[in-house]
Design a protein around this ligand. Structure first.
Ligand code: NAG
Ligand code: NAG
Ligand code: NAG
Ligand code: NAG
Ligand code: NAG
Ligand code: NAG
Length: 385
């Protein structure tokens, strides 16, 4: 069954096919150097190393003692379940890292107000490369330092010098990507977690397809193009990889946004780019699908949809989207039909049964021979002699 809902929800829950989350947000820090040096975003760009250059590492000013220095990452699409955070601090400067704290929070408040994943305690200096398990749901990751350092005879205030930071989430499953024709750069560069490496192909007909491996509740899509083409973009949802044209059109238009929200249940997403001349060209740097595996919901996709839903449930609330199986009612279809009612959404009345008593699922009268006057016999008291 292929389903599509015509309303939008704004929560984005889970990014599938992404191992590494730093591309889905923005960075900030307590102070910044001049001339584009030491910018906060350098901490999420490679190289992955402790080697310090102002052009590849984040850097805050030396501050006074009462102040704090911090670096912050904000997920742009709401809370994410963060597993491990890996930090590469500036080589040779463990003394400046000494006493740091790492938080996962839901606000940008400083001092951080949220979950303290790790605090470097005395004695000794921290390892400048470390992987810290947080296992928390949150929208911000904050590296925080309110202790100064002593180097030789010089005393410094708190400082942050992050050369690389990787934030990982908890993957439920990965998706497969394919493009036709196979192209000059492979399709999997579009789901390698790196926006700077892109798939590339050219031809006619041309399609790019994402297989999320099982029918899933999908709520949206992120797409980053290399070079964006003018013309009609079409996104199809289908449950087979070759019959996408008979699937549902999720989007068709001239200005494919980088983030699209919808509500649908499907396995394959097929993108058909605009055609130019006799062929089309396509370069996708990153594509991510947002949703949960079938019959799960919640921020972590680990809560089961109610058993009496007729179809999928809302990913945020768990309410049944298409109503209930026969005999059940309520937002989560957790209540049996009230007396005298049965069927789909309990919308039918057991009027033919004596005392209007019937089974809620199918409307069979409790006592098959006991029909109300005027209805003679039969399980539904609908037969006349
Ligand atoms: C988190 O780190 C631990 C220990 O280094 C490792 O065993 C685990 O696989 C990591 N989990 C993820 C999701 O990277
Ligand atoms: C952030 O908010 C979510 C609910 O949206 C909550 O489940 C989570 O525990 C919060 N995280 C922290 C660190 O407070
Ligand atoms: C520091 O961490 C790295 C990476 O986790 C590890 O290889 C190294 O042995 C650690 N060094 C010390 C002194 O603990
Ligand atoms: C994070 O993603 C970058 C590219 O975006 C990749 O080079 C790096 O290996 C990833 N880091 C981890 C720890 O997965
Ligand atoms: C979902 O996962 C979180 C984190 O592992 C856990 O705390 C929570 O109890 C889980 N919920 C269910 C319903 O399994
Ligand atoms: C049952 O309720 C759902 C959701 O409220 C609605 O979409 C559907 O049309 C209803 N079906 C019937 C037969 O009333």
């Amino acid at each position: 069954m292929l389903l599509l809902l015509l309303f939008h929800t704004t929560v984005l829950l889970r990014v599938l096919a992404q191992r590494n989350l730093t591309q889905f947000g923005t960075t900030r820090q307590s102070s910044s150097f001049t001339n584009g040096l030491g910018k906060p975003e350098y901490a999420i760009y490679p190289p992955i190393s402790n080697s310090f250059y102002l052009s590849t590492c984040s850097y805050t000013y030396l501050t006074d003692f009462t102040a704090s220095a911090w670096w912050m990452f904000q997920f742009s699409f709401g809370p994410v379940y963060i597993t491990n955070i890996t930090i590469y601090y500036r080589e040779g400067f463990a003394s400046r890292m000494d006493g740091f704290k790492l938080y996962v929070t839901n606000t940008s408040t400083i001092p951080p107000d949220g979950y303290l994943c790790y605090e470097d305690t005395d004695p000794g200096l921290p390892n400048i490369t470390q992987t810290i398990p947080c296992n928390q749901l949150g929208q911000y990751v904050i590296y925080y330092d309110n202790t100064g350092s002593v180097e030789g005879k010089v005393v410094y205030g708190p400082m942050v010098e992050l050369c690389y930071i990787a934030i990982n989430d908890n993957m439920a499953f990965d998706s497969l990507v394919a493009q036709t024709p196979s192209g000059s750069q492979p399709a999997n560069l579009a789901n390698d977690g790196d926006k700077r490496s892109c798939s590339k192909t050219k031809g006619f007909p041309l399609i790019f397809q994402v297989d999320i491996k099982r029918e899933s509740i999908v709520q949206g899509l992120y797409i980053t193009f290399g070079e964006k083409k003018e013309g009609t973009h079409t996104l199809y949802a289908s449950n087979t990889n070759n019959a996408w044209k008979s699937g549902i059109i999720l989007y068709q238009g001239n200005t494919l946004p980088s983030e699209i929200n919808f509500n649908a249940v499907f396995r394959y997403l097929t993108y058909v780019p605009p055609v130019k001349g006799t062929f089309s060209e396509l370069e996708i740097c990153e594509i991510g699908i947002i949703g949960c595996p079938p019959s799960y919901y919640g921020l972590l996709c680990n809560q089961s949809c109610p058993g009496n839903c007729d179809g999928p449930c809302n990913l945020k609330t768990g309410n049944c989207i298409f109503g209930c199986l026969n005999g059940w009612t309520g937002d989560k279809c957790e209540q049996e039909c009230p007396n005298c009612h049965f069927g789909r959404n309990c919308s039918q009345v057991c009027e033919k049964c004596i005392s209007r008593r019937c089974y809620p699922v199918n409307g069979l009268c409790h006592i098959t021979t006991a029909c109300s006057p005027g209805y003679l016999y039969g399980e539904y008291c609908n037969k006349r002699t």
